[in-house]
Structure formats: structure tokens, C-alpha cells
Design a binder for this molecule. Sequence first.
Ligand code: PMP
Ligand code: GLN
Length: 378
Amino acid sequence: FPSRLPDVGTTIFTVMSALAAEHQAVNLGQGFPDFACAPALVDAVTQAMREGHNQYPPMAGIPALRQAVADKTAALYGRSYDAEHEITITAGATQAILTAVLCCVQPGDEVIVLDPCYDSYVPNIELAGGRVVRVPLTPGTFRPDFARIAAAITPRTRLIIVNSPHNPSATVWSDAEMRQLEALLAPTDVLLISDEVYEHMVYDGAPHCSAARYPGLAERAFIVSSFGKTFHVTGWKVGTVAAPAALTVEFRKVHQFNVFTVNTPMQHGLARYLADPTPYLQLPAFYQAKRDLFRQGLEGSRLRLLPSQGSYFQCVDISAVSDLGEADFCQWLTREVGVAAIPLSAFYGDGFDQRVVRFCYAKKDETLRAAIERLRRL
Ligand code: PMP
Ligand code: GLN
């Protein structure tokens, strides 16, 4: 039968993790921590199971978790979401983004994505029958180019998807850039998905400029986050969407016939764990130390380090090391040097190859040191 996604193969993350396992390479490819989450979080989930929280929770998520998310958003970003009507618990950010796309994109609607972008956005738009409009971030710096974004907006534009801190480039949008986006969208009906899964990974004292802080953005936004990133539990697949009530009504129509709801004991455990803000408030310092360890280790190597303002990714320019294209380089690096990375070309529609690859530094210090030792030999 005709494929709904004729151009889609296996994701680069799965491919590179399998290759890393095959060659016993240090896996700095797929983004996930190789260290344990907090024991207190596991205890909270275990306790919830023992207490009998094992049946379907409410469709939108348990009230205590929705309230905890609303409280956190109000405290950090100054916007009060109504937990009952404006916060929904999802099966990770992946399901949140797909559901948001499906609930607002009609066949033929145009959706703007900024290249390079996370690999699920484009297939999500295609599943909804939308037309993908790719606008490149500025080559070299990966900053948004508002003139190009403005030029891409037409009367058929329904949605734009932005992501800060950014995967894969590790850039973080500034307050001025968020204001520019707000001004650009003000005269339009364009909706926004703001993918903020790395909201707690912004370094060097910079703020995370959540769309929630900007009234002109928040009123049109599905703001997506993921506990997988924040609490080192990518396998749990629990995320959140904050959106104004009218958008949330439409979101939940799709959500209820997509997953209906999300696993109960994790929600109870997370709600309890969120009562103490310390873990997520300490996250920038925790990951900044890993970023600095990795960067210092690679200083003096022939890999040219790009900035890593946020997320847990470090991009490097490989042109002084190899004549190979990015994808071939990542294969070679995994097989011959024993370190797995992700080619940035995987995040571009046209496979644009600028000789840059992405490493994930959400790893034990000893893992990072093992990778550094190998990479310094290049
Ligand atoms: N968006 C971005 C930018 C991501 O990096 C990821 C995780 N790789 C996701 C969404 C998906 O998050 P989750 O694992 O919660 O589905
Ligand atoms: N978000 C992770 C990354 O960018 C991977 C998620 C996945 O494997 N789909 O590496």
C-alpha cells in the first residue's frame, strides 16, 4: 500500500546507537544520559505503585502533576497556566509535538520549521497533510534569520515550530530574538509549537527565554517539555504541554484518541519529586560542568568547537581532521576511533553537509574522558 511517509527510514539515533554497540564505541551519538536518575525519584514511583496507583489516570494527567507543572511555570516564567484546562501530561515530548501538529494542521496548511531541526517535526507535519516550509537558520551561527522567516509566512501558514535550547546546534534564543518572533507573529494567526525540552539546560548564567514569558507568544503557543531530559529518565517518556484553554481543548481531542493518557505511577512519582525545585535548579551547573570538561578535553585537538550555550550537545567542525562528509565521518569515527557522533546533515531536509557533527555530553565524567582520549588522537 502507498506509504504515508515514503521518505522516512530508521532514525539516525537508532542507527548510530546500534553501530556504537556493534563496535563497542563510546556512544556520544543519541542524546541520553548514561548515569542513573535520582534514587528518590525511583522511590517516589515505587511508592506510588505500592499505594495502588496502577489504573488509568485522568485523560489529561493527574491533577497533582498538572498543578506542579503550572506552579513551576508560574515561578520560573511568570505566566499562570490553569492546571485543569491548560496543562496536559503527554507520553514524552515526541507525542506532545505530534499531537499538537495533528490538532491544528489541516491538509494543505503550511508549517514553518527552522533547519536544522529535530527529526520528528517534518514527518509529523507530513502525517497531518501539511506542507513543510523549511527556513534555514543562519549558516555558521545557527541564529534565527527573521527576514527569511518573515518572507516564508503566507496566508496559508498555520504553524511555526521553534526549539530553544536547540537540538542539534546547542544555541539558545535570546530575549531579543524571542521578542522579534513575538513582533513578527503579532499581526498573524500563526500558531507556535515551542519545543523547550532542554529548558533547564542553559549555561553561563543566561536565562531560558520560554515562550511563556512573552504574552504574544504564549497566547498562540503549545509549550512542550520533557521530564526525560530534566530528570535523566529518557525511557520513561513523560512530557508536558502548556497551552491556552482553547488550544488545549483541541489538543486533548487528539490526545484522548492517540494515547488517551500516560502511565500512572510515573505521574505520581514526578508530582512528588517536583515539590522540591532543587534538582532542576541545579541542572544548569551539573551540565555546565560536563560541557566544560568535554570542551577543555578537546581544546588543542583538531576538532573545532562550536559554542554550546544550552542543551547537552556539543557540535564540532571536522574539516581540519578529515575529508569525509559528515555521515561517512560519523561511521568512520565509530568504527575506527571508537566514538559515536551524529552528523548534522541528518537534521536538514536536503542533507546539507557543513562538516559539523554533534556529540552528546550527558555522560559520566569517565565516559567523557574515555571519548576525549580517543578524540585527541585525531
Ligand atoms: N524535541 C527535541 C528537540 C529533542 O531533542 C527530543 C529528545 N531527543 C524530543 C523533542 C523528544 O523528547 P521525548 O524523549 O520526551 O519524547
Ligand atoms: N532526542 C535525542 C537526540 O537528539 C534522541 C531521541 C531519539 O532517539 N529519538 O539524540
